[in-house]
Design a protein around this ligand. Structure first.
Ligand SMILES: [Zn+2]
Length: 167
């Protein structure tokens, strides 16, 4: 197998995983959570999934990424997610980025970005501004955007939900 084919198949699985994360995020809205979904994958397999449960569980840190990483650690019976990819429907907030670093995630991929989230009423940009980011070349984890056409579907579902709890 050539390097090119391997790269293509990695991209294909990441696209499929991102579709799943976006579906988790959209389903989360219908199930009383926030419009965010995430999953952790290792060795080409999905280890655990998560969705935003902030208002559902009265837990301000129950973001989709944290929920997915906690579930993945339980599943793998470890506190280190070394060798894992974190796929998230939306650009992670500073807390989730930090959590992913502490968890030793190898790679993080998101689809919607902080500006898409702001349109839906989730404006974490003021928190980003508190953190002066080091150049990505200095980061031990790669962070990339995978821009799928339906990346704002969870936010569309959120804005269309009349009884949403704004937070
Ligand atoms: Zn977060």
């Amino acid at each position: 197998m050539t390097t090119h084919i391997q790269e293509t198949s990695v991209q294909d699985s990441e696209r499929a995983w991102m579709e799943k994360a976006i579906t988790l995020a959209t389903d989360s809205v219908a199930n009383g959570g926030g419009p965010f979904g995430a999953l952790v994958a290792k060795n080409g397999e999905v280890v655990a999934i998560g969705n935003n449960q902030v208002t559902a569980t009265l837990d301000p840190v129950a973001h989709a990424e944290v929920t997915a990483m906690r579930a993945a650690c339980k599943e793998l019976d470890t506190f280190s997610l070394e060798g894992c990819v974190l796929i998230t429907s939306c650009e992670p907030c500073p807390m989730c980025l930090s959590s992913a670093l502490w968890a030793r995630v190898d790679r993080l991929v998101y689809s919607a970005d902080r500006h898409d989230a702001a349109v839906a009423g989730f404006d974490d940009r003021k928190f980003y501004d508190l953190f002066e980011k080091k150049p990505e070349s200095m980061w031990p984890m790669s962070v990339e955007q995978l821009d799928l056409p339906n990346r704002t579907a969870p936010f569309d579902a959120w804005l269309a939900k009349p009884d949403r709890i704004e937070y």
